[in-house]
Design a protein around this ligand. Structure first.
Ligand code: MN
Length: 259
């Protein structure tokens, strides 16, 4: 059944992710999105609406606008269409981390039979997003690509930009790192949620990802601290940085009325 894998992997009593259903497409353009997902590793999830679900590929390094740069894209389970504008914090379990809606728009297959293209392992398509535009291709590698993990079988594809007016050597993930939904970074998404849980449930503690989490958690704590009004005692500072941020915002004693 469609979305079975998606549902099997998640506990919707603890995850804020949409449970979702298969949504038959009526006469409207096909939706696409890219979600920047900081979990055990940072990656970008490319999702293309087809047959009532979002076909999904996890792209570890994110899309490249340079046609010479082929990016590994692991084919993962279909996601519900309702997932397409999801952004938020997954506190624990599968995919635990922070999800940012990094790009969204519509897509058009370049040949009409999408199922045949998928079966063949060669899907050419045009994107019309905020950040990604023009012609692209997903090509299945059958695990032959050097960057693919062994045993990845036919889940391993490459995402490649075709040469057109939208290709170039601009590093799009560096140039446009923020959300197209909330317009902020991971720290803003986290600050809108409850960062306290992150001190006990951090999805990655070591390495580059652990360091990135630590930095984002600290920024989020500072954002929260800055928001709480001076004198408000409800939100206890959660880190030294948060305390410092609060301290610096303390107003000097109000000047007394002159007599
Ligand atoms: Mn993901």
């Amino acid at each position: 059944m469609p979305l079975d894998d998606y549902k099997k992997k998640r506990d919707f009593t603890t995850s804020p992710e949409p449970e979702g259903t298969v949504v038959e497409r009526r006469d409207r353009p096909r939706y696409f999105c890219v979600q920047k997902h900081l979990a055990s590793h940072l990656h970008y999830d490319l999702r293309l609406e087809h047959d009532g679900v979002l076909l999904s590929w996890a792209v570890p390094k994110g899309p490249s606008l340079d046609p010479k740069t082929r990016r590994l894209a692991m084919h993962v389970e279909d996601h519900p269409v309702a997932y397409g504008d999801f952004e938020g914090v997954i506190p624990e379990g599968y995919g635990a981390g922070i999800v940012m809606l990094w790009d969204q728009g519509t897509w058009t297959p370049e040949s009409p039979d999408v199922d045949a293209a998928l079966k063949k392992g060669d899907l050419k398509f045009t994107l019309d997003g905020y950040k990604l535009k023009g012609s692209w291709v997903l090509v299945r590698t059958s695990g032959r690509f050097a960057g693919a993990r062994s045993g990845s079988g036919d889940r391993s594809w490459l995402l490649i930009k075709h040469r057109d007016e939208w290709s170039g050597d601009l590093d799009i993930t560096e140039f446009a790192p923020l959300s197209v939904k909330s317009e902020g970074g991971f720290e803003d998404i986290l600050a809108a949620d409850e960062p306290a849980i992150w001190h006990t449930h951090r999805p990655a503690k070591g390495g580059d990802t652990g360091a990135l989490f630590a930095e984002i958690i600290d920024k989020a704590a500072r954002l929260k601290a800055a928001r709480s009004a001076p004198g408000a005692t409800a939100a206890a500072p959660v880190s030294r940085a948060a305390k410092a941020a609060q301290g610096s915002k303390k107003k000097s004693a109000p000047s007394r009325k002159r007599r």
